[in-house]
Design a protein around this ligand. Structure first.
Ligand SMILES: [Zn+2]
Length: 80
């Protein structure tokens, strides 16, 4: 349940997006598509997440934040 604990430290995407990314990098949250779960490899300098599978396109940090919300709040908290 440590993931849920960390989520509660930074309850909003606006406050915690940068921290989220650092905390969970080992879990591929910046690589995984928040729309379909496809792994989209991209370099550190790439700022936009663009998924060839589902066509979603958004800021890389936003994509990662959504993934983290999904991981941390499965069925327990409304999404931001
Ligand atoms: Zn996708």
């Amino acid at each position: 349940m440590w993931k849920s604990y960390k989520f509660r430290l930074y309850p909003t995407k606006e406050q915690g997006a940068g921290k989220y990314v650092e905390l969970v990098n080992p879990y591929n949250t910046s690589q995984e598509c928040s729309g379909c779960g496809n792994i989209v490899r991209k370099g550190l300098s790439v700022r936009v997440h663009k998924c060839p599978e589902c066509g979603i396109e958004l800021d890389k940090d936003d994509n990662a934040a959504i993934n983290i919300l999904n991981i941390c709040t499965v069925g327990t908290t409304e999404r931001a």
